[in-house]
Design a protein around this ligand. Structure first.
Ligand code: MOS
Length: 704
């Protein structure tokens, strides 16, 4: 990397100025290597065989004929696979989805039942497709529906309780002038990162050396060690480039477990990569939801009662709750306040975190219900939000660590041209199109997790900073370089930033909108410390001067506050009443989300989230055949994601909103763009047509 010859940039102002991604050129020229791109001497290839039935037990795996096929090295199945730690609990808690080839139970269609390993991927695939597995099937239930008899409210959730309640909702509803009682559904959504999951594993001089596509190299390495009962120091895991993640690459997945098993048994490097279809059952998805919102208000729109209940589905393997109902707990107050998340186990793959888990579907229901309340009260939806602005956390009672929600609405309304909007629905025409506008609030938790970093000064005046961060396409590598440069008071060109190697020490994953915030904290402290030591004089030794940081104490000392980012979402849609086609004409999001490090990539994060909301509102819908228990659209032809032609003018901007307790002022921007955006579109569709669409996606056949 060029250092001294890099053209000088102003040292001050590195943070807050736009920089293109440092690895951008490597990515577009193909020089950047993803997990499946790494070569290895003697590399063998694993191909996963998944169950074709939705529930039952494996009777037999006919491996003998397959072992005789060309190039086949091994067939792993529950009868011969290495044993894993049964009581495995990782970074995100217990996770029984890791128990691959450990038992003969089939909990859902698409569950891994064997791994065929061969000299080439083609031989492995041919053999895998030839492997006969027989099953004793059992009746299955994949039918997600409100009122399912097996639904329950979990006892306790570590991050947010499943239920929170204050006051008397029924009494407040009875005393309200206006009551909205509406039911909403959202569809099952699937992760489709550009880079499907892949891992390369091999044993190198007593150490397990792994390349995986992961949102957290250190966390995944630790979890892998726990799962296989290895010394954590004996596992090294790297993920230099990751082609998208957003929650599906935060945990140990089947491909990684199987690559390690095969590399161990064969004592040679093994690569396992998922097909696109396999990602629909092996990496987690966002559950469908069924939600009910009951709002009671005075004639002036002030809330007396807020009740939000939500049901999502999990698997029989591992409980995962899409916490949609938790969304309103920090946003709106009411004397009667009740939010409850329930879940029903079905014979389906285990869901997981997906960008704005809980908030994305939860904000759709609650922000649409508020729009209905505004309509019923005859009040502008933004005015309604203003009348319901709480002084402290509605349920927690904690002071807010900054709350610029109404400022976001004011600035958004100005830029969108909201003032003077005719509130009547179904009255604006543009040729054959009915046109309408909608708005919604957004909020997302702003936290931090501990991380460690090191910063090294070299005698030539350059610096190397190491942290086990992940850049899943967000631009984290670039942002952290800017932060290091600012703290070192040098140009970014003099800083070499190395990430995504578990050997760099503990660091939080790229998740919960806390990646850049948590890593930036550690990088800043290490770099500041190094600068101070250099200022004392004494020079830099030939092998460099290194300092380390650990933010465990600093993060632990954060005051108890309602710590959130906020935003206001706006959308304009045109609806063709003849075909049911909905065209989103423009979207605007204005956010108060902490200090922005790199405006260029930050804008991409925010608009990316907003487009995710558009996709949720209009396109994404996994469809499961109840008879077979399998998905009928497990590919990008059948599973529709917003494409360029669906994405109009999408604009995101922000207000100044530094977090005073963060050394840099960051809050986190990864997920808030996906919050409220689907509601803004649904509210705009109502404004265009006069019809409330409470079931997503708003497909053309539903519009008609
Ligand atoms: Mo995100 S759902 O925390 O990757």
């Amino acid at each position: 990397m060029t250092t001294a010859t890099t053209p000088p940039r102003p040292a001050t102002g590195a943070v807050g100025t736009s920089h293109i991604r440092l690895e951008g050129r490597d990515k577009v020229t193909g020089a950047a290597r993803y997990a499946a791109d790494f070569p290895a001497d003697g590399l063998a290839h694993g191909w996963i065989v998944v169950s074709t039935v939705a529930r039952g037990r494996i009777r037999s795996v006919a491996d003998t004929p397959v072992l005789a096929m060309p190039g086949v090295l091994a067939v792993l199945h529950h009868g011969n696979a290495p044993r894993l730690k049964e009581d495995f609990s990782g970074t995100f808690g217990p996770d029984a989805t890791t128990q691959i080839l450990q038992h003969d139970r089939v909990p859902h269609a698409g569950w891994p039942v064997a791994l065929v390993v061969a000299e080439t991927p083609e031989q492995a695939r041919e053999a895998a497709e030839s492997l006969t597995v027989t099953y004793a099937t059992e009746p299955h239930d994949v039918d997600f529906r409100p009122g399912h008899p097996a639904a329950y409210t979990p006892e306790a959730r570590p991050v947010r309780p499943a239920a929170a309640e204050k006051g008397d909702v029924e009494a407040e509803l009875a005393a309200s002038d206006v009551v909205v009682d509406a039911r909403y559904t959202t569809a099952e959504e699937h992760h489709n990162p550009m880079e499907p999951h892949a891992a390369l594993a091999h044993w190198d001089g007593g150490r397990l050396d792994v390349v995986d596509t992961t949102q957290g190299a250190h966390a995944t390495a630790q979890d892998l060690a726990r799962l296989f009962g290895l010394d954590p120091a004996a596992v090294r895991l790297r993920s230099e480039h990751v082609g998208g993640g957003f929650g599906c690459k935060a945990q140990v997945r089947a491909h990684l477990v199987l690559a390690v098993m095969a590399a161990t048994l064969l004592a040679r490097p093994v690569r396992v990569a998922l097909t696109r279809a396999q990602t629909f059952t092996l990496i987690g998805h966002r559950s469908a939801t069924a939600q009910r919102v009951r709002l009671g208000a005075g004639a002036d729109g002030r809330l007396r009662a807020l009740e939000h209940t939500a049901l999502s589905a999990t698997s029989t393997v591992q409980e995962f709750v899409e916490t949609s109902a938790a969304y309103g707990r920090s946003l709106y107050d009411a004397r009667g306040h009740r939010t409850v998340d329930s879940v029903v186990p079905l014979d389906i793959p285990t869901p997981t975190y997906m960008r704005a888990p809980g908030e994305a579907p939860g904000s759709f229901a609650l922000e649409c219900a508020l729009d209905e309340l505004a309509e019923r009260c005859g009040i502008d939806p933004i005015v309604l939000r203003g009348r319901n602005e709480p002084a402290v956390g509605p349920v927690s009672g904690l002071p807010f660590a900054g709350r610029r929600l109404l400022d976001c609405f004011a600035e958004g309304a100005r830029r969108f041209g909201w003032d003077g909007r005719d509130p009547r629905p179904g009255v604006r025409r543009d040729g054959r199109w009915l046109v309408g506008t909608g708005t919604a609030a957004a909020t997302f938790f702003a936290g931090a997790f501990p991380a460690t970093a090191s910063a090294t000064a070299h005698p030539d005046g350059t610096f190397t900073v190491r942290i086990a961060a992940a850049d899943i396409g967000t631009g984290a590598r670039t942002a952290l370089t800017q932060l290091a440069a600012e703290a070192l008071e040098v140009t970014p060109g003099r800083v070499r930033l190395l990430i995504a190697d578990s050997d760099f020490g503990a660091a939080w994953v790229a998740g919960g909108s806390m990646g850049t915030r948590s890593w930036g904290w550690a990088v800043t402290l290490a770099a500041r410390d190094l600068r101070e030591r250099l200022a004392l004089g004494g020079g830099v030794p030939a092998d460099g001067l290194t300092v380390r940081s650990d933010t465990t104490q600093a993060v632990g000392a954060l005051a108890a506050r309602e710590r959130h980012s906020y935003g206001a979402q706006f959308a304009e849609v045109a609806v063709d009443p003849g075909t049911g086609e909905i065209r989103v004409r423009r979207m605007l999001g204005v956010f108060a989300a902490g200090r922005i490090v790199n405006p260029l990539t930050a804008r991409s994060q925010l608009t990316g989230g907003m487009i995710w909301g558009l996709s949720m509102a209009l396109h994404e819908e996994a469809v499961r055949d109840t008879a077979s228990g399998t998905l009928v659209n497990a590919d990008l032809a059948g599973y529709h994601i917003a494409a360029h032609a669906d994405v109009p003018a999408v604009e995101a901007d922000w207000l100044d909103d530094p977090d005073p307790e963060d050394p840099v002022g960051i809050k986190g921007i990864g997920e808030i763009g996906a919050v409220g955006s689907a509601a803004a579109i649904a509210n705009a569709v109502w404004h265009a047509t006069g019809v409330r669409h409470r079931n997503l996606p708003i497909r053309p056949d539903r519009v008609l």
